[in-house]
Write a protein that binds this ligand. Structure first.
Ligand code: NAP
Length: 361
């Protein structure tokens, strides 16, 4: 069985059954590249191309899913850029919702027609159809539509892990959220507000500031115009915040540390501006600070943890605590455009790709 996928790579896939002219061009250029040049090409958005690939049949413990909505996450950009390594070529994407079209031999508990979602490994969700282990599939509550679920599974479970497990936010805490109008940021602000925290968000412009305020930020700092540390001190009577959720990394590290209260925690959970420089332990000494670099995957590794985390996310969507902003939708075949917009900070809220019906190029 074949289906169309967005494929990323510098050499022809052994599974490729049909390669379009644009991809042939890309392949030819790349095959002649030196290793250094290959990395430059991988960083380019145009390296993603639309191809037919062999999907095959599910084996023991696996299911095949026809994706109906696919979540775009910044981690997809890291893999495309080579910040996180992956053998080339590969199909990007770590989040989707779809309908089960086949189950592996002897598998119980899943049947053709089930609607499921997944977030995390294995990579490969930028595809019309894909095979995943049944153990990573989560049943969708009927009240949550496919697009919303694809927009919230990975980002929502990340917010859950950050707010409920990495640093347990409670009433009376003050929190600083960078990229407060982003996919994860929007959920962090809404959820932290519902937990009773005072929420301070940073954003790049007025439009995003308005969204962050709607999403529960008590104070919004437009970092392109205002001094983040100074404003945080002003909003916290000079004390600083109990926790900083920092997904930006390199550009925000210094302000994050300086915004923390004594014994505060810096949660570095992403690096959209690049990897932060190594942290001297002495930076932490002046305020007895704590620093952690969590991955949602390490907190949802068991089936029990996965279902618990996804369950809390869907319950909060159902009760209205989390309002999911699917602000951008693209056809799957235009995933490159979604990456370009995400990287250029032109997006807010979540981005979802919708598989093109039987589109071959
Ligand atoms: N550790 C984990 O398990 C985990 C899981 C999921 C996501 N994450 C991380 O969470 C972060 C958010 O992911 P997301 O998918 O929801 O993306 P996102 O926050 O919607 O998009 C990135 C936003 O970051 C801000 N930004 C600041 N500097 C930037 C730069 N140099 N380049 C691009 N963006 C910049 C921009 O907001 P402004 O315009 O307001 O600056 C931009 O809109 C990412 O860093 C991702 O890696 C981590």
């Amino acid at each position: 069985m074949t289906c169309a996928s967005v494929l990323l790579g510098h050499s022809p896939s052994p599974l490729t059954s049909q390669t379009r002219s644009r991809s042939r061009r890309s392949t030819t250029v790349c095959c002649r590249c030196s290793q250094q040049e290959i990395m430059a090409v991988v960083k380019a958005i145009r390296v993603m191309r639309w191809e037919q690939v062999e999907v095959g049949e599910p084996k023991d413990g696996e299911i095949r899913i026809k994706n109906t909505a696919i979540g775009v996450n910044f981690i997809d950009v890291y893999f495309r850029q080579g910040v996180y390594p992956a053998p080339l070529p590969f199909v990007p994407g770590m989040e989707a919702v779809g309908v089960v079209t086949a189950v592996g031999p002897g598998l119980t508990g899943r049947k053709v027609g089930d609607v499921v979602g997944y977030a995390g490994n294995p990579m490969g969700s930028y595809a019309q159809e894909q095979i995943i282990p049944a153990s990573v599939a989560v049943p969708l509550p009927p009240s949550v539509d496919h697009k919303t679920a694809a927009a919230v599974m990975l980002k929502g479970m990340t917010a859950h892990v950050l707010l409920r497990r990495v640093f347990k936010v409670q009433s009376g805490h003050s929190v600083l959220v960078h990229a407060a109008a982003g996919g994860v940021g929007s959920l962090l602000c809404q959820w932290a507000n519902a937990l009773g925290a005072t929420v301070i968000g940073t954003v790049s412009n007025e439009e995003k500031a308005a969204q962050a305020a709607e999403d529960g930020c008590h104070h919004v700092i437009i970092y392109t115009k205002e001094d983040v540390v100074k404003k945080v001190k002003e909003f916290t009577d000079g004390k600083g915040v109990h926790v900083v959720y920092d997904s930006v990394g390199k550009d925000t590290y210094k302000a994050s540390v300086e915004s923390l209260a004594s014994r505060g925690m810096l949660v570095c959970y992403g690096q959209s501006s690049g990897r932060p420089d190594p942290i001297p332990v002495s930076d932490l000494a002046t305020k007895s600070l704590l620093v952690t670099r969590p991955s949602m995957l390490h907190y949802t590794g068991t089936r029990e943890e996965l279902l618990q985390s996804a369950g809390e996310v869907f319950a909060n969507v159902g009760s209205g605590v989390l309002r999911i902003r699917v602000n951008h939708t693209y056809p799957l075949s235009e995933a490159a455009r979604a990456h370009a917009d995400l990287q250029a900070r032109r997006t807010s809220g979540s981005i979802v790709l919708i598989p093109d019906d039987d589109k071959e190029d």
